[in-house]
Design a protein. Structure first.
Length: 143
Protein backbone atom coordinates (compact mmCIF):
# COMPACT_ATOMS: atom_id res chain seq x y z
CA UNK A 1 0.00 0.00 0.00
CA UNK A 2 2.77 2.43 0.93
CA UNK A 3 4.65 1.78 -2.33
CA UNK A 4 1.53 2.66 -4.30
CA UNK A 5 0.62 5.62 -2.10
CA UNK A 6 -2.62 4.03 -0.87
CA UNK A 7 -4.01 5.08 2.49
CA UNK A 8 -6.90 2.60 2.72
CA UNK A 9 -6.78 -1.18 2.63
CA UNK A 10 -10.04 -3.07 2.01
CA UNK A 11 -10.35 -6.54 3.52
CA UNK A 12 -13.00 -9.11 2.70
CA UNK A 13 -14.08 -10.09 6.22
CA UNK A 14 -17.85 -10.41 6.62
CA UNK A 15 -20.18 -10.53 9.62
CA UNK A 16 -19.64 -14.25 10.21
CA UNK A 17 -15.84 -13.82 10.18
CA UNK A 18 -16.19 -11.07 12.78
CA UNK A 19 -18.39 -13.23 15.00
CA UNK A 20 -16.07 -16.23 14.67
CA UNK A 21 -13.11 -14.03 15.62
CA UNK A 22 -15.03 -12.76 18.65
CA UNK A 23 -15.65 -16.32 19.87
CA UNK A 24 -12.08 -17.43 19.13
CA UNK A 25 -10.71 -14.50 21.13
CA UNK A 26 -13.11 -15.17 23.99
CA UNK A 27 -12.76 -18.97 24.15
CA UNK A 28 -9.06 -19.29 23.36
CA UNK A 29 -7.54 -15.86 24.00
CA UNK A 30 -9.38 -14.78 27.13
CA UNK A 31 -10.46 -11.40 25.78
CA UNK A 32 -13.58 -9.75 24.38
CA UNK A 33 -12.34 -8.65 20.99
CA UNK A 34 -13.36 -9.02 17.36
CA UNK A 35 -12.59 -7.15 14.12
CA UNK A 36 -14.05 -3.67 13.70
CA UNK A 37 -15.44 -2.56 10.33
CA UNK A 38 -12.87 0.25 10.23
CA UNK A 39 -9.62 0.92 12.09
CA UNK A 40 -6.20 2.46 11.76
CA UNK A 41 -3.38 0.00 11.02
CA UNK A 42 -0.86 -0.79 13.74
CA UNK A 43 1.79 1.34 12.03
CA UNK A 44 -0.69 4.25 11.76
CA UNK A 45 -0.15 4.74 8.03
CA UNK A 46 -3.36 3.20 6.70
CA UNK A 47 -7.04 2.84 7.46
CA UNK A 48 -8.30 -0.73 7.19
CA UNK A 49 -11.89 -1.10 6.03
CA UNK A 50 -14.12 -4.16 5.90
CA UNK A 51 -16.89 -3.20 3.45
CA UNK A 52 -18.64 -6.56 3.95
CA UNK A 53 -18.64 -6.34 7.77
CA UNK A 54 -22.44 -6.16 8.01
CA UNK A 55 -23.10 -8.85 5.37
CA UNK A 56 -23.81 -12.50 6.12
CA UNK A 57 -21.57 -15.00 4.38
CA UNK A 58 -24.49 -16.90 2.85
CA UNK A 59 -25.93 -13.66 1.43
CA UNK A 60 -22.56 -12.87 -0.17
CA UNK A 61 -22.38 -16.41 -1.60
CA UNK A 62 -25.92 -16.17 -3.01
CA UNK A 63 -25.15 -12.80 -4.60
CA UNK A 64 -21.89 -14.12 -6.08
CA UNK A 65 -23.75 -17.09 -7.54
CA UNK A 66 -26.51 -14.87 -8.91
CA UNK A 67 -23.95 -12.59 -10.59
CA UNK A 68 -21.90 -15.63 -11.69
CA UNK A 69 -18.73 -14.26 -10.12
CA UNK A 70 -15.78 -16.64 -10.35
CA UNK A 71 -15.00 -18.22 -6.99
CA UNK A 72 -11.32 -18.44 -6.17
CA UNK A 73 -10.52 -21.24 -3.69
CA UNK A 74 -9.05 -19.96 -0.44
CA UNK A 75 -6.78 -21.83 1.95
CA UNK A 76 -6.64 -19.04 4.53
CA UNK A 77 -8.69 -18.02 7.59
CA UNK A 78 -9.88 -21.38 8.84
CA UNK A 79 -10.55 -23.25 5.62
CA UNK A 80 -8.24 -26.06 6.75
CA UNK A 81 -9.88 -28.92 8.65
CA UNK A 82 -9.51 -29.31 12.43
CA UNK A 83 -8.72 -25.68 13.15
CA UNK A 84 -10.47 -23.90 16.02
CA UNK A 85 -12.05 -21.43 13.56
CA UNK A 86 -13.71 -24.38 11.79
CA UNK A 87 -15.09 -25.66 15.11
CA UNK A 88 -16.39 -22.22 16.06
CA UNK A 89 -18.12 -21.86 12.69
CA UNK A 90 -19.73 -25.28 13.19
CA UNK A 91 -20.98 -24.12 16.61
CA UNK A 92 -22.35 -20.88 15.11
CA UNK A 93 -24.10 -22.75 12.28
CA UNK A 94 -25.69 -25.16 14.76
CA UNK A 95 -26.87 -22.27 16.94
CA UNK A 96 -28.37 -20.54 13.91
CA UNK A 97 -30.25 -23.71 12.93
CA UNK A 98 -31.64 -24.18 16.44
CA UNK A 99 -32.28 -20.49 17.12
CA UNK A 100 -32.71 -18.52 13.88
CA UNK A 101 -31.45 -14.98 14.26
CA UNK A 102 -29.00 -15.74 17.08
CA UNK A 103 -25.97 -14.67 15.03
CA UNK A 104 -27.60 -11.34 14.22
CA UNK A 105 -28.39 -10.79 17.90
CA UNK A 106 -24.80 -11.55 18.92
CA UNK A 107 -23.46 -9.24 16.19
CA UNK A 108 -25.83 -6.54 17.44
CA UNK A 109 -24.33 -7.02 20.92
CA UNK A 110 -20.87 -6.23 19.50
CA UNK A 111 -22.29 -2.82 18.53
CA UNK A 112 -24.02 -2.29 21.89
CA UNK A 113 -21.35 -2.57 24.60
CA UNK A 114 -22.07 -1.79 28.25
CA UNK A 115 -18.61 -1.35 29.88
CA UNK A 116 -20.06 -0.98 33.38
CA UNK A 117 -21.59 -4.45 33.01
CA UNK A 118 -18.25 -6.11 32.33
CA UNK A 119 -15.24 -6.35 34.64
CA UNK A 120 -12.54 -4.32 32.87
CA UNK A 121 -11.39 -1.58 35.26
CA UNK A 122 -9.68 0.22 32.38
CA UNK A 123 -13.10 0.77 30.77
CA UNK A 124 -15.09 1.62 33.88
CA UNK A 125 -14.10 3.17 37.21
CA UNK A 126 -15.40 0.50 39.59
CA UNK A 127 -13.15 1.74 42.39
CA UNK A 128 -14.64 5.22 42.06
CA UNK A 129 -18.08 3.85 42.90
CA UNK A 130 -17.02 3.15 46.48
CA UNK A 131 -17.06 6.73 47.72
CA UNK A 132 -14.35 5.99 50.30
CA UNK A 133 -16.44 3.97 52.76
CA UNK A 134 -15.17 0.48 51.93
CA UNK A 135 -12.54 -1.62 50.16
CA UNK A 136 -11.59 0.00 46.87
CA UNK A 137 -10.84 -3.01 44.70
CA UNK A 138 -12.56 -6.02 46.24
CA UNK A 139 -13.87 -7.06 42.78
CA UNK A 140 -10.64 -6.40 40.88
CA UNK A 141 -7.92 -8.92 41.78
CA UNK A 142 -4.37 -8.07 40.84
CA UNK A 143 -3.51 -9.51 37.44
Amino acid sequence: AAEQGFTKIALGHHRDDILATFFLNMFFGGKLSAMPPKLRSDDGRNVLIRPLAYCREDDIAAYAEHKQFPIIPCNLCGSQEHLQRKQVRKMMDQWEQEYPGRSETIFKALRNIAPSQLADASLFDFAGLDGGDGPQNWLMPES
